[in-house]
Design a protein around this ligand. Structure first.
Ligand code: SF4
Ligand code: SF4
Length: 78
């Protein structure tokens, strides 16, 4: 499978995706292994080959909002 490693996504760093899986590498709402984080943490990893970048990013943003609502941060929702 081919991944789009360069895919840019405007992540607003809420940390909800990391809280959702109770990742032990999340400290103070930051990924402590960001440069070497696994493939599954990289936005291009899950993009279906037959989906446009625009549709994928829109779907991702929608999912992020849902995750943020389900896994709010401890301070001010961050
Ligand atoms: S849930 Fe989305 S916006 Fe929040 S940190 Fe994860 S990728 Fe970024
Ligand atoms: S490794 Fe980093 S980016 Fe991946 S879930 Fe854990 S804290 Fe989040």
């Amino acid at each position: 499978m081919k991944y789009d490693w360069e895919l840019k996504y405007n992540c607003w760093q809420c940390g909800a995706c990391c809280r959702a899986i109770k990742c032990r590498f999340l400290k103070d709402n930051k990924c402590t292994i960001y440069e070497t984080r696994p493939k599954v943490c990289r936005i291009g990893f899950a993009k279906p080959a037959d989906m446009s970048v625009e549709d994928y990013l829109a779907l991702t943003e929608e999912a992020c909002h849902k995750l943020e609502a389900l896994y709010p941060g401890e301070k001010d929702g961050v």
